[in-house]
Structure formats: C-alpha cells, structure tokens
Design a protein around this ligand. Sequence first.
Ligand code: IMP
Ligand code: MG
Length: 182
Amino acid sequence: MREDIESILVSEEEIAEICDRLAAEITEDYRNSGKKLVLVCILKGSIMFTSELMKRIELPVEIDFMRASSYGARTVSSGIINIHLDIKRDDMEEVDFILIEDIIDSGNTLSHLVRYLKERGAASVRTCTLLDKPERRTVDYTPDYCGKVVPDKFVVGFGLDYNEEYRNLPFVGVLKPEVYNK
Ligand code: IMP
Ligand code: MG
C-alpha cells in the first residue's frame, strides 16, 4: 500500500494539530448557541476526521451520518449528487448542523448538501473540511472551517480512498498517478 504513495502531504502529527485547532474554533463558536450541535459525518471518507474532531470538542455534541456520491471509480466529479443515506429527524429547527467532509474538490457535494439541509428547515448549517482543493472548484463554495489547503493532486489516506482502498493509512498522501492511470 505505502509503495503506491508518492509523498506524504499531511502527516499524523499535522492532522492532530489541525483537529485541535478546528475543534477549539467550533467549541468557541457554538458555546452559547442554545441549539443542539450535530456533527454530520459524510460517509465514508470523513469517518476518521469526524472521530478525531469530535473527541476534541468541549460541548455536548450529537453525531449523525449522510452518504452522498458523485464519483464512482473515477478521479473527477460527475456533478450529479446522489444521497444514499439521509438524516432522519423531526427537530430540524432545533439543530445547528456541521457537515464534516474529508476534502472539497469541485464543491458540488457540500454546496448541494448544505442547500438540502437548509431547505429541510435546519436552524443553521456550516461545513468543516479537513482538506480543500480550491483550484478545482466548478461551484463557488467556501467552507466555514478548513484544515488545510492542498494542491491539485489526487490524495488518499486518513479516510480518503481510491476505489475504496487506502482509507486506513494514518496520514494523507499523494497517490502515484500510475496507480489510477493503469
Ligand atoms: P466535490 O463534490 O467535487 O467537492 O467532491 C468531494 C468528494 O470527492 C470528497 O468527499 C471525496 O470523496 C472525493 N474526492 C475529491 N478529491 C479527492 C482526492 O484527491 N482523493 C480522494 N477523494 C477525493
Ligand atoms: Mg470518496
């Protein structure tokens, strides 16, 4: 697995620092909100990031899950978002949601999910991403909380996959292009 990685882009230590910083910001921002704070882990890529982040937030927090896809086995977004797993709750107007994403690329997934939860009556919807690749935006979208801006390279690890593989790497690394150009 590691021989398919060209270089390490975000080390385990840097990921821990990012999670400390973002959790401190979230704790500060939501301390007096008066609503229920719900982190929405966007499956599957955000699983590691969500768990590292939530254990550092010093407020009562719930967790929920959504699954959306636009990708399949390719490395560019199709622009069409399918929701495969949705949130089921009847207290939307009582909830501050933070959507937790592994990486923002075209911006399609998050802008679609934010609009969708707002339409369903959420008290507020913000987004927190571990990584951001702003060079590749096709939809104008800026996350509220961002771990690190990265260059336009296909990356894997710490939850991020290529064809469902590499998610278990403890760091984020650049995948050798020959792996996906095969
Ligand atoms: P967007 O809708 O184009 O912003 O795509 C976001 C989704 O694409 C992420 O949740 C990832 O699942 C996937 N993605 C985008 N770039 C990468 C990458 O470099 N490695 C792995 N997955 C990626
Ligand atoms: Mg993915």
